[in-house]
Design a protein around this ligand. Structure first.
Ligand code: DGJ
Length: 752
C-alpha cells in the first residue's frame, strides 16, 4: 500500500488495499491518467496513455495540437486551449481572456494527510482527528497544512503550472493503509502579479474507455430522498447536480460508472462521492472516441472566485472508490472509510441516547406540561432523551415567523428552558434541542434590526421559501452573531443533543456587503460559514451529539458527516417509503448515520398505516428513536415500545459497527425488501425482511445469508435452528410466506 514514483518511467503508482491508480508524466510535461482498477503491478503501463493514432504530443506535430488536446486523458483538464470535453479548471484574466493549460512541475510524497482549511476532510486516523489550524482566512496556504505525522496513509502532491498566468495547481491524492479509497482535491495558487478569476474549479476527473457502462445516481425530492437510479451512458454529458446551495433532496453528490451487469457481488464500479454540502456537479461524458470522462466538484453556475496574487483556493475533496466486486463491496468500503476516516464525533462508536422527538407529536402546539407528560411516559417505556423540536423560541407558533430570534418563548415554556431541562433530567432523561441557525424570518426581531443580513438582490423582493430568508453567511459579523445566539442557549442549560435544521434552498444569492466581483463567491462562502459555525460548536461543546437535518435529508452528505455522526434521513417516516430512502442512503452511508424514527399512523406524509412492529424494524436499521405522542398511542403500541427498546439495546452495536449487505430490493422485485448486518468478527448477523406486498400462489423463499464463518455453526434465534455458516450462506434461510402486506421479521444468527 502506498504511493510510489517510478522515476525512469515517469509514473505515479497509487496503491490501495485492492486497487491501483496510475498517473503518467507525458512528453512536454502533460499529466495524463493511465489506469484505475484492480491491481496490475507493472510500471510498463505508460503505453496506455498513447491511445491516439495521431502524434502523441504537440511537439511532434504542433500544427495538429488540437487533435492531441481533444483526446489526451488529462488528469486535471482545463478549458480554452483545445480540450472540448468537460473541464475542471476555467480561468479568466482581469482583461477577460479565458484559457489555461497545465504542465507538470514537481511532486512530493508525504506521510499522512493534510487537512483542508475550513473544509471537511477525511483524515488518517480517527484518534488523531486531523484538524486544520486556527484562523479565518482561507487564503493562507500554510494554514491548510496539518502538521500531524499521519501514520496510516500517504499523500501525493503534484504541482502543475500554467506558465503564462503563473498559476500553480496542486493536485492532491491520498490513500489510507486500510481502505480502497483514493481522496482527491485541488488547490489553485495565483503566483502571478495580477488577479485572476476562477470561473470553475472541479475537484477530480477520471478517464476510461466506455465498456458499455451504466451510471448510477441517487435522486428524489423532499420526503423521497436518495432513490437509486441506473441509466445507460450515451454520447454527450449526463449526470446530476445541485444549484440549490445545498447538496439537496433532489440529487446527491455521488456518481458511479458501472458494468451493465454489475450487481451486489460482481462487476466493476467506479464511484465518486463529494465531501461537500453545497452546489455540485457530478457528471460523466462519453466523447466521440467512446471514452468516458467522469468529473466532480463545485457547480460552476453562479461561481466565480477572485484570486488575488498570492492567494489560494482549495477545492473540496472527492472520494474515489473502485470495486471489482460490485456495489456491495463499494458500499462496505464507503461505510468503513466514513467510520474510520471522516466522522469525528465521540459518539461514533457509542450507543446514542434513545430519543423521542416532539415534532410529529405536537408540531408547534406544545408547552412545558405537554412536553413533560411525553417525557414521563417515554421514560416509563425505556426512552432516554426528549428532543424539543421547532417552536420553542420567539413567537414561533407557525412556520412563518421568528427564525433568528433564539430566545425562549416564555409563554409556552413557563419557567423557561432551564426549568424544562431540569424537570426532564429529574425524570432521568437527557434533553435535546432544535435550531435552524442559517435562516431569518421576515417577521422576526432580527430581520427588523438587520434586514441587510439576509441574502438578497438589491431592489428585487427576495424569494421566500417556507416563509423565510437565508442569512448572508459570507459575513463574519453574521456568522458570529448566529453562532453566539445558538451557543448562548446551549450554555444556559444542560443540553446533550442539537438537531441543526435548514429548511429552504438558496435563492437571491447576493450580499449587500460584497463588492460586485465577489458576488460569485457567495454560494461557496455560505457553505464555509456553515462549516465554521459547526466547527466552533463542536469545539465549545465537545460532548454534544449533533444531528444535521435539512427539511429531512436535504443535506445528507459526507461534508456534514464530518461534523455530525448522524443526519436526519427524511421527513417521510412511513416504514414503506423509508425502505427505498434507507436503501439508497445505505448504499454509501453507515447505518449508524441514518436518522430513523418510529412515528404514528396513519403516517403524516403518505397516510399509510403499517404495523408498529414493521415501523420499529425499519427504524432499527438507523439511529432509532420515536416521533409520536406517546401519551396518546394505544396500550399495545406502548407495550411494544418496551420490546423495541430492548431490541435497540441488543442490536445497536451490531447495526452501528457491522458490515452491511443488501440481500433483496423491493424496488427491483416489487414484493419484499431484505438487508443484513454481519459482525466484522463473524460472531453474529441480523437480517431484516419486510414483505411489502403479499403475493398469491407463493412458496417459501430462500435468502442467502452473507458474511458468516463457513465452518462455524450458527443458531437462528427466532426458530432454534442450527446450521453451518456454509449452509446458511449457500443453501440459505427459508423464509415462509406472510399473509398480508407490510409485515416484517428480524432473523438473528449467533455463532455457537
Ligand atoms: C424539518 C425537519 O426535517 C423536521 O424533522 C422538523 O424538525 C421540521 N423541519 C421543523 O420545522
Amino acid at each position: 500500500m502506498g504511493i510510489i514514483f517510478h522515476e525512469e518511467e515517469q509514473l505515479f503508482q497509487l496503491e490501495t488495499l485492492n486497487t491501483e491508480y496510475w498517473i503518467g508524466i507525458a512528453d512536454e510535461m502533460y499529466l495524463g491518467h493511465i489506469y484505475y482498477g484492480k491491481k496490475i503491478g507493472d510500471a510498463r503501463c505508460a503505453y496506455l496513455l498513447k491511445t491516439g493514432e495521431r502524434p502523441f504530443v504537440p511537439s511532434k506535430n504542433r500544427k495538429e495540437k488540437a487533435s492531441f488536446t481533444d483526446s489526451f486523458p488529462y488528469e486535471y483538464p482545463t478549458w480554452g486551449t483545445g480540450d472540448f470535453r468537460e473541464s475542471c479548471l476555467n480561468v479568466r484574466t482581469a482583461k477577460g481572456y479565458r484559457g489555461c493549460e497545465l504542465f507538470y512541475e514537481s511532486h512530493a510524497i508525504i506521510e499522512g494527510k493534510p487537512g483542508l482549511f475550513g473544509l471537511p476532510a477525511t483524515f488518517c486516523q480517527a484518534e488523531e482527528q486531523i484538524k486544520a489550524k486556527e484562523g479565518t482566512e482561507q487564503n493562507i496556504a500554510d494554514k491548510a497544512k496539518s502538521d500531524l505525522p499521519g501514520a496510516g496513509g500517504q499523500t501525493l502532491e503534484i504541482t502543475c503550472r500554467d506558465p503564462f498566468l503563473n498559476l500553480k495547481v496542486i493536485l492532491r491524492y491520498s490513500v489510507f493503509d486500510d481502505s480502497d479509497a483514493i481522496i482527491r482535491s485541488a488547490e489553485i495558487v495565483n503566483e502571478g502579479a495580477k488577479p485572476v478569476y476562477l470561473e470553475k474549479v472541479l475537484s477530480a476527473c477520471l478517464t476510461m474507455d466506455d465498456e458499455n457502462y451504466d451510471y448510477l445516481t441517487l435522486n428524489g425530492s423532499w420526503a423521497r430522498e436518495r432513490h437509486i437510479e441506473k441509466t445507460p451512458i450515451s454520447h454527450g454529458k449526463q449526470g446530476v447536480f445541485s444549484e440549490r446551495g445545498i447538496s439537496s433532496h433532489q440529487e446527491h453528490p455521488f456518481l458511479a460508472v458501472l458494468d451493465r451487469n454489475a450487481d451486489q457481488e460482481q462487476g466493476r464500479v467506479y464511484a465518486m462521492h463529494f465531501v461537500y454540502s453545497g452546489n455540485f456537479l457530478a457528471q460523466v461524458e462519453k466523447d466521440p472516441f467512446d471514452s468516458l470522462r467522469m468529473v466532480m466538484g463545485i457547480h460552476p453556475e453562479g461561481f466565480c472566485w477572485e484570486l488575488e496574487p498570492g492567494m489560494h483556493f482549495t477545492a473540496p475533496e472527492v472520494v474515489c472508490m473502485y470495486s471489482s466486486e460490485g456495489l456491495g463491496k463499494m458500499t462496505r468500503n464507503f461505510h468503513d472509510l466514513y467510520r474510520s476516516h471522516l466522522i469525528r464525533s465521540p459518539y461514533l462508536h457509542k450507543k446514542r441516547p434513545l430519543l423521542i422527538n416532539n415534532w410529529e407529536a405536537t408540531y408547534f402546539d406544545f408547552d412545558t406540561d405537554k412536553l413533560l407528560a411525553i417525557a414521563r411516559e417515554a421514560k416509563k417505556h425505556g426512552i432516554e432523551m426528549l428532543v424539543m423540536d421547532d417552536g420553542w423560541f420567539g413567537q414561533r407558533n407557525h412556520e412563518y415567523c421568528s427564525l433568528g430570534d433564539w430566545t425562549v418563548n416564555q409563554s409556552k415554556l413557563k419557567g423557561g428552558l432551564e426549568y424544562l431541562v431540569e424537570q426532564v433530567k429529574a425524570e432521568g432523561m437527557k434533553f435535546g434541542l432544535w435550531f435552524e441557525p442559517e435562516m431569518v424570518s421576515p417577521d422576526s426581531d432580527l430581520y427588523r434590526l438587520h434586514p441587510e443580513w439576509a441574502m438578497q438582490l438589491p431592489g428585487r423582493p427576495a424569494t421566500q421559501g417556507r416563509g423565510q430568508y437565508v442569512l448572508d453567511l459570507s459575513q463574519q459579523e453574521v456568522i458570529d452573531y448566529v453562532y453566539e445566539s445558538v451557543a448562548k442557549i446551549l450554555r444556559s442549560a444542560d443540553i446533550s443533543y442539537v438537531k441543526w435544521d435548514m429548511n429552504r434552498p438558496l435563492t437571491d444569492v447576493g450580499s449587500l456587503y460584497t463588492e460586485g466581483k465577489k458576488q460569485g463567491e457567495l454560494f461557496h462562502r455560505f457553505v464555509l460559514g456553515l462549516y465554521q459555525m459547526q466547527e466552533r460548536l463542536l469545539k465549545e461543546f465537545p460532548n454534544l451529539l449533533l444531528e444535521n437535518c435539512a427539511s429531512g435529508g436535504g443535506r445528507f452528505d459526507p461534508g456534514m458527516l464530518y461534523y455530525s455522526p448522524q443526519i436526519w434521513c427524511s421527513d417521510d417516516t412511513d416504514a414503506i417509503e423509508r425502505l427505498e430512502i434507507q436503501e439508497g442512503t445505505a448504499l454509501l452511508y453507515p447505518l449508524s448515520t441514518m436518522g430513523a424514527h418510529v412515528s404514528d399512523c396513519p403516517n403524516h406524509i403518505v397516510g399509510r398505516s403499517t404495523p408498529f412492529t414493521t415501523r420499529g424494524h425499519v427504524a432499527l436499521s438507523g439511529t432509532f428513536g420515536y416521533e409520536l405522542d406517546i401519551t396518546k398511542i394505544s396500550k399495545e403500541d406502548k407495550e411494544e415500545i418496551e420490546e423495541q427498546t430492548a431490541l435497540y439495546h441488543k442490536y445497536q452495536p451490531l447495526v452501528r459497527e457491522g458490515d452491511y449487505y443488501r440481500l433483496a430490493s423491493w424496488r427491483e422485485n416489487h414484493h419484499f425488501d431484505c438487508w443484513e448486518v454481519a459482525a466484522k468478527d463473524k460472531s453474529e448477523a441480523l437480517v431484516t425482511l419486510v414483505q411489502v406486498i403479499a403475493e398469491a400462489a407463493f412458496r417459501s423463499r430462500k435468502i442467502r445469508i452473507k458474511g458468516l464463518d463457513a465452518e462455524a455453526d450458527y443458531l437462528l434465534e427466532e426458530t432454534g435452528q442450527v446450521a453451518k455458516g456454509s449452509l446458511w450462506m449457500e443453501g440459505g434461510l427459508l423464509v415462509p410466506r406472510d399473509n398480508g402486506d407490510f409485515i416484517s421479521h428480524l432473523y438473528h444468527f449467533v455463532r455457537q
